[in-house]
Design a binder for this molecule. Sequence first.
Ligand SMILES: *Cc1c(COP(=O)(O)O)cnc(C)c1O
Length: 471
Amino acid sequence: MHYYSLGKNSPNVDFRTAAITGQAPDKGLYFPSNIPKFTAAQIERFKTLDKASLAFEVMKPYVGGTIEDASLKEICAQTINFDFPLVPITENILSLELFHGPTLAFKDVGARFMSRCLGYFSKEKKANDRNSNLTKSTEDNTTTNPTTVLVATSGDTGGAVANGFLGVEGVNVIILYPKGKVSPIQELQLTTCGQNITALEVEGSFDDCQAIVKEAFMDFDLNEQYNLTSANSINVARWLPQQLYYFFAWQQWVAKYQDAQGNYPPINIVVPSGNFGNICAGMMAKASGLPLGHFIAACNANDVVTRYLSTEKYEIHKAIATVSNAMDVGNPSNFVRILEILENNFPSLTKALSSYSIDDTITKATIARVYKTNNYTLDPHGAVAFAAAEIYLANLEKANRGSNAQYNTNSYSAIILETAHPVKFPEVVEEAIGQTIAIPDSVKFLLDKKKVSTALAANYAAFKTWMKERK
Ligand SMILES: *Cc1c(COP(=O)(O)O)cnc(C)c1O
């Protein structure tokens, strides 16, 4: 297994290099040279395999021998050591709850896997350097510089990355977040870690934070000195483990619906999408043999892909601010990977993927209605997915009405991915449901901690000065 750049203008690399560098030198995204194909017998065995073993078997081909099996097993087990329950909301819409990780966001899995891989590679490099120094003359005493993970966040990414990388040796993390624009819990998750995690509170917007990070990656001088890398979903070590959600969803669906012949209704999956890393991982899982049905990308007002699927015109725009702000992306980076999976064939793409754009009014109304009718509290991202699922299922039923006897009620079902806990978006959710949301025990400890952050003006020069002067 190797990785090539979708820019088609960089050398091929192994998993290790792809994970350490993030992006190819030509600024393209890395893509695996072949998508592993699981056999029918393997898939059958996966139905009841424990989560940690399943994670190991799914990830092993992608890691391609760059991490020894015993360590990869350990990394996988730690990455997924919490629940991913499939919970019914209505008769035909189920929620795969991806918010039971340490920062209550689905990004925990990618961040935990990536951080542990980088920790492994950094340890390995240290050991190698030590060995070569023993055999070389002492004047060639190269020291290993730590890797610096630089990340801009609108809230969720930063917390997951901070938590995932906390205490990982040989890696420093710098998080830039927009002052006053993340929720109180999110801010505590970013600013109370200490150790190798530093939070910069930028006097500006998320776009300002992102602009600083982008400029830093293009600054040769800074890259040279600090070994900068990104913890964005463009990094294969963050992107690929997200496939595991779909395996876990499928396991639970099969356990619930499989009949005596081993048949079960198609699994349609609705994914709230921003940068399209998560849904793209699901489509990889399907391409590798996992029996999934149709994919639906649920978008907010940032509808580049929704429009592309109906017009075949890809028109990026500036991000539009919405209540589901983790999906406010005007130019989704991972969409090129979806095109690659489907071999850049537009008819194949529209057969595999639908997309609906849901506005803020409907999002809030959906939170209120589902709370009242089904006693389930959606977060704004899950609400976008729920509203999209309803449209998709209504259309599907209309299209099939009277035409096909084998369709039963269960065929008109869908799983939505619930990507964050509602408590992370209290303003929107509490207004919609007319209740305060109880803070889960797992994050209560944050409330006693003290925020530590450094204020930063929203320009690159200020950032560079801070980098150079800090100890
Ligand atoms: C990041 C995020 C998304 C979007 O995921 P992508 O992989 O970027 O499409 C959706 N919901 C929440 C809560 C997120 O944090």
